[in-house]
Design a protein around this ligand. Structure first.
Ligand code: SF4
Length: 426
């Protein structure tokens, strides 16, 4: 069977698609590009915004158009939360939410063997079990899923409905997957999850213990933590990162709102003072660290005063850049009941202002690094005679293509010429 996949959304989804495709390949199926004719198309979906859902519908229709005889499996977050909308699209064979998608190979193979009535048990048995995954993608970097789901129920967020309660692999399982990543040639691993800091909580293990064990795997040169909630990034984690062999000075700490009033409405687990404390602690331990923050523009309940407070807060924080999201209503979330509602015009205006602020911060961060020597992991692909790489503190750099350097780490003095300006790719 020829199998093709298209992924929307976060790094977790990309890791899970890679895992699915690897399982299909190991079972003897051929993986082809999504634009080619395939017998099975997998669309791994995202529900984070209305725009993301629209892109999912477009990808599903594209798959159906490419080969109307193909099976189309729609999996992931939008499949979990938007089943009824997907059912209306003609040509969809399977709709599997996050609790079921890791079983796709078994489901398709069973159906092939004419056991067309899929046993409900096959799916029900595994409801919300943890399914490990890692993506190989570019040979140099792998995204390794260590945790899934979330117990926080922030008022604007539909992820707990889409991905279930928090659960994770064991330390032993993650170490095994990291070793597999190393064998595949990856030099850098990005630890991913929905709420990574809750790793191990149900199993009597902890995130810091995991970091210590991973640091001992010499075949992996570098690790990044994809994102960690401010209330879960302990001083112990920050101090460990600063002194570890392989954990990089790069943090992604969701802020979501820069005023205490809106943080309370969002049911976040911290206030602006705690957030500032964490950012300042990181900068005192690692002055060149890159720190990115997610922020939502125009959430319900955010007044002009709150937004003004947020901008003032952000202006004084040593952040490197922002991931700005325009607030989008998610069905069945508590934020729908919060008043006053922020109209679309205000949301877009605030989003634009935050994008401008992010660019300013990014420029200042990059300029602060000019003349410094940083370690760069070079990627393997060639673009117009050049190659690209990422510094330990997440600055994209370029140089003349040299195949010998691909997937190696070298020291580079940063300059206006070799820095690629603009927000990093993810
Ligand atoms: S921490 Fe909040 S925003 Fe993040 S996934 Fe959990 S519920 Fe959603």
């Amino acid at each position: 069977m020829r199998v093709a996949a298209h992924t929307l959304g976060c790094k977790l989804n990309f890791a899970e698609t890679s895992q699915l495709l690897r399982r299909f390949a190991q079972a003897g199926h051929t993986v082809v590009d999504f634009h080619e004719e395939a017998d099975l198309y997998i669309v791994n979906t995202c529900t984070v915004t209305a725009v993301a859902e629209r892109k999912c519908r477009t990808a599903i229709r594209q798959a159906v158009r490419q080969n109307p005889k193909a099976q189309v499996a729609v999996v992931g977050c939008f499949a979990q939360n938007g089943r009824q909308q997907i059912e209306k699209i003609e040509g969809v064979t399977w709709i599997l939410g996050n609790d079921e998608k890791h079983r796709l190979l078994e489901i398709v193979e069973r159906a092939e063997k004419a056991e067309s009535e899929l046993s409900a048990e096959l799916i029900k048995d595994g409801r919300w079990e943890f399914a490990g995954a890692w993506s190989s993608g570019d040979r140099t970097r792998a995204f390794l899923k260590i945790q899934d789901g979330c117990d926080y129920f922030c008022t604007y967020c539909a992820i707990p409905q889409a991905r279930g309660r928090s659960r994770s692999a064991t330390i032993e399982e993650v170490v095994k997957m990291a070793e597999e990543c190393a064998k595949s040639g990856a030099k850098e691993i990005v630890l991913t999850g929905v709420n990574t800091g809750t790793f191990g909580q149900q199993r009597g293990e902890s995130f810091i213990e995991l970091l210590r064990k991973l640091d001992d795997i010499e075949s992996i040169a570098r690790y990044r933590i994809s994102s960690i909630e401010p209330n879960l990034i302990t001083d112990e984690i920050i101090e460990f990162t600063a002194r570890s062999r392989a954990f990089l000075p790069h943090f992604h700490i969701p802020l979501q709102a820069g005023s205490d009033n809106v943080l309370r409405l969002m049911h976040r687990h911290y206030d602006t003072a705690l957030y500032r404390e964490k950012v300042e602690k990181i900068k005192s331990e690692m002055p060149d660290a890159c720190i990115a923050a997610d922020i939502i523009a125009g959430c319900n309940g955010e007044t002009e005063d709150d937004f003004g407070e947020a901008k003032a807060f952000l202006n004084t924080l040593p952040l490197s850049y922002l991931h700005v999201f325009t607030y989008s209503e998610r069905p069945n979330t508590m934020a729908l009941k919060i008043t006053p509602k922020t109209d679309m015009h205000q949301r877009r205006k605030r989003s634009q202002e935050l994008h401008e602020l992010s660019e300013k911060k990014m420029r200042a961060f990059v300029e602060s690094q000019v003349g410094k020597e940083r370690k760069v992991l070079w990627e393997s692909s060639r673009h117009d005679g050049e190659m690209y790489g990422l510094t330990d503190n997440y600055i994209r750099v370029r140089r003349e293509y040299d195949p010998e350097l691909s997937n190696t780490v070298t020291e580079v003095v940063l300059s206006k010429e070799n820095i690629v300006v603009g927000a990093p790719t993810d």
